[in-house]
Design a protein around this ligand. Structure first.
Ligand SMILES: O=P(O)(O)O[C@H]1[C@H](O)[C@@H](O)[C@H](O)[C@H](O)[C@@H]1O
Ligand SMILES: [Mg+2]
Length: 255
């Protein structure tokens, strides 16, 4: 990656830290649910405030960059990835955790150019862990290099009856667990591009493998992903799970 994106990445890390402070503060006194479109799809005022904080601060520094943010899309903005530099933002990944004070909550910022993720930042707010990756330059947690595990006996961070299962309740942190070598794999159908844009690069830069749940190449707009420490485990998951298709994130908006 050309060094031209380093200042964007530095800004992403700084604003993710600031956003994390806001999330930690709100955990103490502002976890009220504003809307609930399903049992798992909650929105709080903090989700919206954090997204605004990130977008405003990026706009000031990089006025030509574009955005895909969970709350902006919920408010009706389009979710199309173009070749332009684009910040893909999940202000609180793990909103249900946040509402319950379950201590795994992340700010996730992916940055894509020419539809390719160039860097990813996941800040696990309560653990105070800053996960970062730049394409071709490795993945790190608080500055320490990350490497996926060499285990062949898989611990998986999502539901399946074949593997041992743990789950943090946030796609971004689940993927960082794989990148850190604490779990061998994560898969999910139903996630969105903002949940996995940053985490997917962190996994692949830590030496992991990404697949679609049908075994093809991963497509960040398809709402499905398998992330594993190696291809054998990724392919075993593909074989074991029953896949299905959901409306893509970039499907045309219904008029
Ligand atoms: O909506 P937010 O941003 O909190 O994120 C989602 C998580 O990332 C999923 O892993 C998880 O399974 C849920 O779908 C959750 O909603
Ligand atoms: Mg999310």
């Amino acid at each position: 990656m050309a060094d031209v994106w380093q200042s964007s990445m530095d800004h992403a890390v700084a604003v993710a830290r600031k956003a994390g402070e806001m999330v930690r503060g709100a955990l103490k006194d502002d976890r009220t649910v504003m809307t609930k479109s399903s049992a798992v799809d909650l929105v709080t005022q903090t989700d919206q405030k954090v997204e605004q904080l990130i977008i405003q601060s990026v706009k000031e520094k990089f006025p030509t960059h574009r955005f895909i943010g969970e709350e902006s899309v919920a408010a009706g903005e389009s979710c199309n990835l173009t070749d332009d530099p684009t910040w893909i933002i999940d202000p609180i990944d793990g909103t249900t955790n946040f509402v319950h004070a379950f201590p795994f909550v992340a700010v996730s910022i992916g940055f894509s150019v020419n539809k390719q993720v160039e860097f990813g930042v996941v800040y696990s707010c309560l653990e105070d862990k800053m996960f970062t990756a730049r394409r071709g330059r490795g993945a790190f947690c608080n500055g320490e290099p990350l490497q996926v595990s060499e285990q062949t006996d898989a611990l998986v961070t999502h539901l399946t009856c074949v593997f041992r299962v743990r789950g943090a309740g946030t796609a971004a942190i689940n993927m960082c667990l794989v990148a850190s070598g604490c779990a061998e794999a994560y898969y999910e159908i139903g996630i969105h591009v903002w949940d996995v844009a940053a985490g997917s690069l962190i996994v692949s830069e830590a030496g992991g493998v990404l697949l679609d749940v049908d075994g093809g190449d991963v497509d960040l707009m398809s709402r499905r992903i398998v992330a594993a420490n190696n291809r054998t485990i990724a392919e075993r998951i593909v074989k074991e799970i029953e896949s299905f298709t959901l409306q893509r994130d970039d499907a045309p908006l219904q008029s």
